[in-house]
Design a protein. Structure first.
Length: 107
């Protein structure tokens, strides 16, 4: 399977601005931000879409939500949107599952 752009970023073959990383996920700044804070939470496991998530992946999906909490605390934001685009018809462009963390909207 060809490496996704996000795997290439994890492998440091392509540069990106990292906000956080651990053994399960990386968090980078989106190259084309749609909000004052626009991060991508990306599992190291290259699951193509949310429809490919298996029972065994559920702890990883839970972990992504914990990472979103940590980001909110670290960046001191009171609210955020956590978005997954699933499939071409859902607007997904990169077929390596990821969650958009959007914050910094005006109150
Ligand atoms: P999707 O439409 O698949 O949910 O979102 C893919 C996101 O990845 C888009 O918001 C796009 O701007 C971002 N993106 C695509 N290529 C790169 C890249 O090389 N670096 C970074 N940091 N973001 C990227």
């Amino acid at each position: 399977m060809e490496k996704s752009i996000f795997t290439k970023i994890m492998d440091k073959e392509i540069p990106a601005r990292f906000e956080y990383e651990d053994e399960h996920v990386i968090v980078i700044h989106d190259i084309a931000p749609k909000a004052p804070i626009h991060l991508l939470i990306i599992p190291r496991k290259p699951i193509p879409t949310l429809m490919d998530v298996q029972e065994e992946d559920l702890p990883l999906i839970g972990h992504i939500h914990r990472v979103a909490q940590k980001l909110a605390e670290k960046l001191n934001v009171k609210g955020f949107r956590l978005i997954n685009n699933c499939g071409k018809e859902g607007g997904q462009e990169v077929f390596h599952i990821h969650y958009h963390f959007l914050a910094g909207f005006q109150e």
